[in-house]
Design a protein around this ligand. Structure first.
Ligand SMILES: [Zn+2]
Length: 252
């Protein structure tokens, strides 16, 4: 004879029963109990009713939350990308027009460079980073041309610096940014090795930029004039990231 279950036990088991995760024996006992006990029956119906009315709103709100989040992310990345483009363009124009860059630009741009770069590296497996980099690269080209045309041809001030300084410097630094991203995407290097490669390219890029603007001649580079100021930070970075890269590989 089947023993009548106490209401307390049935009420405790009801959530599991509603979810359909009780054993066959328990299920039968609960069903029998519900046939005779109005109290538990009512509770059961309330539970099922809540489940039915609650599920759709949570799904809808999940979708809404998701949309809101993606919209916010797009806006955030868009703004980040735009400010990155703006700083990069200021940097190149400053270099081309004044043949040197101001300190605030150096600090601001290096922060943005690092942010954008780490973002691109961390997402480029999913190709999102590559898309972001492509948009940024094209944006910088367009903006540089617009500034040159507006200043020289429309405002009739300044000189034509676009081909002598602007484009070579831009192409150089785009290469510095793109190479690590491409090695990560296609050669599957770990993030630290890519950072080390970036640092190495940045050191080279720094010297080449100075050659383009005329701050340096080849002799200065060969005799490593101003090595401490130009490259020591980069060299330390290369060693540090290189070690981290080895540790990451060794751990796997
Ligand atoms: Zn009962």
């Amino acid at each position: 004879m089947e023993r009548e279950l106490a209401c307390e036990i049935v009420k405790d088991l009801l959530p599991l029963y509603v979810d359909g995760i009780v054993s066959d024996v328990s299920q039968k006992s609960i069903e029998n109990h519900l046939k005779h006990c109005m109290d538990c029956e009512e509770m059961y119906h309330n539970m099922v009713f809540h489940l039915e009315t609650e599920t759709p709103p949570t799904e809808v709100s999940d979708v809404k939350r998701f949309l809101k989040k993606t919209k916010k992310m797009c806006l955030l990345y868009g703004l980040g990308g735009l400010s990155f483009v703006a700083i990069l363009v200021c940097l190149i124009v400053d270099l081309a027009v004044n043949k040197g860059i101001t300190w605030s630009l150096i600090v601001g741009s290096s922060c943005l460079f690092a942010d954008a770069f780490i973002y691109a590296l961390s997402t480029c497996k999913k190709n999102k980073g590559c898309i972001a980099m492509t948009v940024i690269s094209i944006g910088v080209f367009v903006l540089l041309f617009v500034i040159q045309i507006t200043r020289y041809y429309l405002m009739e001030t300044g000189t034509v610096w676009l081909f002598r300084y602007g484009l070579p410097i831009l192409l150089l630094w785009l290469l510095v940014l793109w190479l690590p991203v491409l090695t990560r995407t296609f050669l599957k290097w770990n993030i630290w090795d890519c950072m080390a490669l970036f640092m190495l390219l940045a050191v080279i890029g720094n010297y080449v930029t100075k050659l383009i603007t005329g701050d340096y001649v080849w002799n200065d580079v060969l005799h490593m004039r101003g090595f401490i100021g130009n490259a020591i930070g980069g060299v330390i970075g290369i060693i540090l990231f290189g070690i981290l890269g080895r540790i990451e590989k060794w751990r796997k």
